[in-house]
Ligand binder design. Structure first.
Ligand SMILES: Nc1ncnc2c1ncn2[C@@H]1O[C@H](COP(=O)(O)OP(=O)(O)O)[C@@H](O)[C@H]1O
Ligand SMILES: O=P(O)(O)OC[C@H]1O[C@](O)(COP(=O)(O)O)[C@@H](O)[C@@H]1O
Length: 301
């Protein structure tokens, strides 16, 4: 079974403006959408669209938390969230005004007893299970929260995917995660550099592999993605043709497609192809990728 964990889920409030964002003024939208988001939840939604059975774990709170949980259930996404007694699940604002501007909230406070409930859920995982840890953790939690989870899972045969940034990512590498997926900017941030060429990206991916990551998938938005697989082979893929409507969740969709593809065939070329089709299908849609859109793009790759 596949499990995803989202420590800080979100309602993604996507607003479209007719021109550019005006600071210090009233801006009015021409269109708006709500998405049930947070990185692990996006992975769960797209895995579900691809017919991969999975359960979304994480923490929800208040009326927005109920909205998120009910909305996911209505879409057929299986969840087993922990309900926090205080606070509300955050609303992240995504402004489409030519360029994309994002305002991501802090999220509610997660207490020790809440964390203990998650630990108990994860203690049930074993051989044959996959776990996706994705997104930021709220400021109230220790910076080594992901690390502690990986320590506890060591030797239990669980395939772990981590999609996080900076220290949250770097500190888990020693536990040999199956997959990490930084984008090219996040990869550059880790090394304090701006990466422009495939050679630079491959060299930095190799350094993360040397620290323990098994497969390093580097996404580059409209420039596609590069995978350095566990055998040291580099795979490169561009993107299919299409009109970008909203790329919120494109990276998470790529993780879902990659994992689904790898679990289907155990083949890295196929995993990268399905990951690319899923990522671009989301970028070319107003919400997350549907099965139909993914299949349509797959046929062109
Ligand atoms: N502008 C785009 N055009 C086509 N495909 C895109 C675009 N943006 C994202 N994608 C697809 O989604 C994948 C992940 O996108 P990216 O923006 O790199 O991830 P993240 O959301 O993690 O930053 C890309 O590798 C690509 O397949
Ligand atoms: O946990 P973080 O880092 O604040 O990110 C949460 C945000 O990331 C998203 O999951 C989108 O991520 P990507 O665009 O990188 O795939 C949104 O749904 C959500 O608002």
């Amino acid at each position: 079974m596949i499990y995803t964990v989202t420590f800080n889920p979100a309602i993604d409030y996507v607003v479209h403006l007719p021109g550019s964002l005006q600071l210090d003024a009233v801006n009015r939208t021409t269109q708006e959408e709500y998405q049930f988001g947070g990185k692990g939840i996006n992975v769960s939604s797209v895995l579900n669209a691809l017919g991969c059975e999975n359960t979304a774990l994480g923490f929800v709170a208040g009326p927005t938390g109920r909205w998120l949980e009910d909305g996911l259930r209505a879409q057929g996404v299986h969840t087993d969230f922990i309900h926090l007694d205080e606070g509300v699940t955050r609303i992240n604002v995504k402004i489409k005004a030519g360029e994309e501007t994002e305002i991501n909230g802090l999220g509610p406070r997660i207490g020790e007893a809440d964390m203990a409930q998650l630990t108990a859920q994860l203690d049930r995982l074993g051989p044959g299970d996959a776990l996706v840890l994705a997104g930021s953790i709220p400021a109230c939690l220790a910076g080594d929260t992901y690390e502690k989870i990986l320590v506890r899972l060591e030797g239990r045969g669980v395939q772990v995917v981590v999609d996080a940034t900076r220290d949250l990512l770097v500190n888990v590498l020693q536990y040999r995660p199956f997959l990490i997926k930084p984008n090219n900017h996040e990869l550059g941030e880790i090394f304090g550099r701006v990466l422009t060429t495939d050679a630079e990206i491959t060299a930095c991916a190799a350094m993360l592999q040397a620290r323990g990551a098994r497969n390093v998938l580097v996404s580059m938005a409209g420039d596609g993605a590069l995978l350095l697989d566990e055998h040291g082979v580099t795979h490169r893929m561009g993107v299919p043709k299409g009109k970008v409507l909203n790329s919120v969740g494109a990276g998470d969709s790529m993780v879902a497609g990659f994992l689904a593809g790898y679990l289907q065939k155990g083949d890295y070329d196929w995993a990268l192809k399905l990951g690319t089709a899923a990522g671009s299908a989301t970028a070319f849609s107003l919400g997350l990728a549907t099965r139909e859109k993914i299949d349509e793009l797959l046929a062109t790759l």
